[in-house]
Design a protein around this ligand. Structure first.
Ligand code: SUG
Length: 449
């Protein structure tokens, strides 16, 4: 049965802000305390969703999480009325308030790891929400992600949503940002490439010296087991620790794959030749097309600044692919020239470049690929998705909803404002009705606030 890659983009939440929470993510650190523009951020995200939908792709979305997350503040010992809790957190622990207010669930490449039904023994699509335990503000996402996934992929005949793997450093998991499904076509069995930053249980193994390696081999193996994958279906590859130390905090900042094409920087992996040979050996029905960018063509620093590899690589039809690149790629002459050469080179199927302005998200280290969770679905499975697929009407409704509820600007000190909490809840309550996902938020259940 014909299958498609459906991108589920994260809808940017009303509390989008710049808190500098992600050590090792240079953009997040650099833009700490900048005034954010939540409305513009959400509209930029919606514009990307609409553009892909207009290109003929099936486009989905995942709803924002409730932020500030008051149950987390309560769990951390803040008491009293909600206004008192916010005031106390702002005064005594402003970083905690920023963390529980982050709109980070927008980066749905980190929401979960997904194996398609063509890969799994029970012929169901399997999802494992990522525990994201490397950063506190992201570690509180997985329960909400699980709830949203269970609301959207509710049909148990087709979908299985697991719990996150144990939330501890040994099992650090950042989801699909470190996972690529390489295949002949979306309906054929894939080689699932899992990229890890360190082997947690082996102190002798290579690991970065400066910045954290967020993904472990142990979590990759656990997820492959949960999804029922066999040895011939998976490749576990180590990310080059040297690039993590330069700010490549996820593999999707230095490599992107689609079908049988892997577009990557020569510094991306340790033991690149072995990794490529293993993928090629395990890939059924097609040869791997590696598209390598060398250091001479583009330095790692330029790759991080432009976010070239955080592009979405999408299929336009069976033979043609497009790169959806962030606007920052246009600002670099080197990257522009590289892209020109890439689309003219007939040895790879990439022959179109689409530029998207995602500056609001980019300033937190989130490019086009960070904003989407890829789910390969066949026609029957697409029919079974309960909601959250972009149509022209839903796009209009969501645009109007953002215009109505989002603030133009948000600074760190605004996070303590009780009216921001109320505005966010009003907005999200209405959103659950627009999307038809049911009451997925804690605040919608009396007693769970
Ligand atoms: N590469 C992918 N797939 N995702 C990008 C995630 C960016 C996110 N930034 C942040 O969480 C910054 C939030 C702040 O500083 O306010 C992170 O570091 O986890």
């Amino acid at each position: 049965m014909k299958a498609f890659e459906v991108n589920f983009d994260g809808l940017v939440g009303p509390t989008h802000n710049y808190a500098g929470l992600s050590y090792g993510n240079v953009a997040s650190e650099r833009h700490q305390n900048l005034i954010a523009q939540p409305r513009t951020a959400a509209l930029q995200g919606l514009t990307k969703m609409k553009a892909l939908s207009d290109m003929g792709l099936v486009q989905g979305l995942l709803p924002p999480h409730e932020r500030p997350h008051m149950p987390t503040l309560r769990a951390l010992g803040f008491t009293g009325t909600e206004a008192q809790m916010l005031a106390k957190a702002a005064q005594e622990a402003p970083t905690l308030l920023s963390a529980v207010s982050s709109a980070s669930p927008m980066w749905t490449a980190n929401a979960a790891t997904v194996s398609s039904s063509a890969d799994t023994p029970d012929r169901k699509v399997h999802f494992t929400p990522a525990n994201l335990n490397a950063k506190f503000h992201r570690s509180i996402e997985h329960p909400g992600t699980g709830r949203a996934l269970r609301a959207i992929f509710a049909n148990e005949e087709h979908f299985v949503v697991h719990n996150a793997v144990p939330s501890c450093p040994h099992f650090g998991d950042e989801g699909a940002a470190n996972h690529t499904r390489l295949c002949a076509s979306y309906d054929s069995p894939a080689v699932e490439l899992y990229v890890y930053g360190q082997i947690a249980l082996n102190a002798e193994a290579p690991r970065p010296m400066k910045y954290p390696a967020r993904q472990t081999l142990e979590s990759c193996q656990a997820i492959a087991r949960l999804h029922g994958l066999q040895e011939h279906q998976v490749v576990f590859a180590q990310q080059n620790p040297a690039v993590i130390d330069q700010g490549v905090f996820h593999n999707d900042v230095i490599a992107v794959g689609n079908r049988n094409v892997l577009f990557y920087h020569e510094e991306a992996f340790l033991n690149t030749d072995e990794v490529l040979a293993e993928i090629d050996r395990k890939l059924v029905g097609a040869d791997l097309i590696p598209v390598c960018i060398t250091n001479d063509e583009l330095s790692v620093a330029e790759a991080i600044a432009s976010y070239l590899f955080n592009s979405q690589l999408i299929s336009l039809d069976d033979d043609n692919m497009a790169l959806i690149v962030p606007k920052e790629c246009e600002d670099s002459t080197t990257v522009r020239q590289l892209l020109d050469r890439l689309v003219q080179d007939t040895s790879n199927p990439i022959n179109k470049v689409v530029v998207m302005d995602l500056k609001q998200s980019m300033r937190n280290g989130g490019g086009p690929a960070c904003l989407r969770l890829r789910v390969a679905l066949n026609e029957q499975e697409i029919q079974a998705v309960s909601n959250c697929i972009i149509t022209p009407a839903l796009f209009e409704d969501l645009t109007a909803w953002v215009e109505k509820h989002y603030r133009d600007e948000l600074a760190q000190q605004d996070l303590a404002d009780p009216s921001l909490l109320n505005e966010s809840r009003t907005a999200l309550d209405e959103l659950t009705r627009i999307l038809g996902v049911g009451s997925i938020y804690d605040f919608q259940h009396p007693g769970m606030r």
